[in-house]
Design a protein around this ligand. Structure first.
Ligand code: HEC
Length: 313
C-alpha cells in the first residue's frame, strides 16, 4: 500500500500576496534549513522587530541568523494551509509544527505558513487544547515553492488529552457541566468552546466526536484523488466513513485499504468495486443510506476514476 504521498507539490498561488506573508519578509532569516519558520500569526506581532536587523540578531543567536541569512531564498521552501476548529468560525492559536520543530500558532483565520524549511519531506502536526491532534503524512517541500495543504478541521472533545474522545471525557464534562469560570467545580479544559461556561455547546462538541480516536491524518494535496474524489466523499460519506473503525473514505490510503471485508475499490474494474456499486444501490444497502443520492456526474467521476486504475494522482 502506498502512502498518501503527493508526487507534485502544489504551489500556493496567493502565497506571495497573502497579507500575513508580507509582514514576514524577515521570517526566512530566523528559520534555518530544517527548522519551521514563523507562522503568520506570530509574524504579524513580530513585524516591527523582524524588520530591524540589529534587533533580529539580538533576539536570536548570531551564528544561526547569519548562516540562514546567507541562504538564497530558493534554497528553502514553505508549507501552508488552514486548520479549523469544529464548530467555530474564527479562532487563533492552533499550534502547527513541522517535524519536531517548535509549534507555531496559526492566524485567526486558522491560516498558517511554515517557511524557511529545508527542501525534502516534512511531517506536520496540528493541535489545540481539547481537540484531537492532526498529523500529516510526509509532505513534500520543493525548493523555492510553497506546498499547499488541504484545509483541515480538528474535531473537539478530547478533554483528557489522550487523543481519544472517550468515556473519561464525558465523565469530566458531566462533572463540570453547568458551571462557569467563577463557580466551584469549573473545569477550564471541559470548556471546549471557551465561552467561560461548560455548556450545551461543549456537550455537542464531545458528543459529536464521541468514540473518535486521533491523531487524524491530514489530507494532502496529492492530485486526482484529493481534488476530485475526496470532496465527494466528504460531502456524502465521511460523516460515517470518517475516523471511526471500519471503512474509512477520508484519504487515498484508507480508501484503498477498504473495510472489514477487504478492498472496496478494484482498480480498473468499477463493476467489481463496492465503492461504485453501492452508489448505484447494488451489492448491499445503497450508499449513502437514507435516500440521499449522488448527482449522476459525481457517480461518473468515481466510475471513471476506478476505471482509470484508481490512481492517487
Ligand atoms: C449514515 C452513515 C453512512 C453514510 C453517510 C455512508 N455510509 Fe457507507 N456504510 C454505512 C454502514 C453502517 C455500512 C455497513 C453496513 C453495510 O455494509 O451496508 C456501510 C458500508 C459501506 C460499504 C461496504 C463496506 C465494506 O467493507 O464492504 C461501502 C463500499 C460504503 N459503505 C460506501 C459508502 C460511500 C461511497 C458513501 C458516500 C457516498 C457512504 N458509504 C456513505 C454507513 C454510511
Amino acid at each position: 500500500m502506498t502512502a498518501n504521498r503527493p508526487t507534485d507539490a502544489i504551489d500556493h498561488p496567493d502565497a506571495r500576496d497573502h497579507p500575513d506573508r508580507r509582514a514576514d519578509r524577515g521570517g526566512r532569516a530566523v528559520g534555518g534549513p530544517g527548522r519551521p519558520g514563523l507562522a503568520r500569526a506570530s509574524a504579524g506581532l513580530l513585524t516591527g522587530v523582524l524588520s530591524t536587523g540589529a534587533l533580529l540578531i539580538g533576539l536570536f543567536p548570531a551564528p544561526r541568523a547569519l548562516h540562514a541569512g546567507a541562504l538564497a531564498q530558493a534554497e528553502t521552501c514553505a508549507i501552508a494551509g488552514k486548520v479549523l476548529l469544529q464548530g467555530r468560525g474564527t479562532h487563533a492559536g492552533i499550534h502547527v509544527a513541522a517535524d519536531a520543530g517548535e509549534p507555531q500558532p496559526s492566524a485567526g483565520s486558522g491560516y498558517f505558513e511554515l517557511d524557511g524549511l529545508a527542501p525534502g519531506e516534512h511531517r506536520l502536526q496540528a493541535a489545540f487544547e481539547g481537540f484531537l491532534t492532526a498529523r500529516a503524512e510526509a509532505v513534500p517541500c520543493r525548493a523555492g515553492h510553497t506546498t499547499r495543504m488541504l484545509d483541515f478541521e480538528l474535531r473537539g472533545g478530547d478533554i483528557t488529552r489522550d487523543d481519544a474522545v472517550d468515556l473519561f471525557d464525558l465523565v469530566r464534562l458531566g462533572r463540570a457541566y453547568g458551571t462557569c469560570a467563577e463557580a466551584e467545580g469549573f473545569d477550564r479544559q471541559a470548556d471546549l468552546n471557551q465561552s467561560g461556561c461548560v455548556d450545551l455547546f461543549d456537550l455537542v462538541l464531545v458528543g459529536s466526536a464521541y468514540d473518535l480516536r486521533g491523531p487524524q491524518v491530514w489530507p494532502l494535496p496529492s492530485g486526482r484523488f484529493n481534488t476530485e474524489i475526496l470532496p465527494i466523499m466528504r460531502r456524502y460519506c465521511t460523516s460515517c466513513h470518517g475516523t471511526v473503525a471500519g471503512l474509512r473514505l477520508d484519504s487515498y490510503a484508507a480508501t484503498m485499504a477498504g473495510g472489514r471485508d477487504g478492498p472496496v475499490v478494484v482498480p480498473g474494474d468499477p463493476g467489481a468495486s463496492a465503492l461504485y456499486l453501492r452508489l448505484r444501490g447494488e451489492g448491499g444497502q445503497p450508499m449513502p443510506p437514507g435516500g440521499v443520492q449522488l448527482e449522476s456526474d459525481e457517480i461518473a467521476v468515481i466510475r471513471d476514476w476506478i476505471a482509470a486504475g484508481a490512481p492517487e494522482n
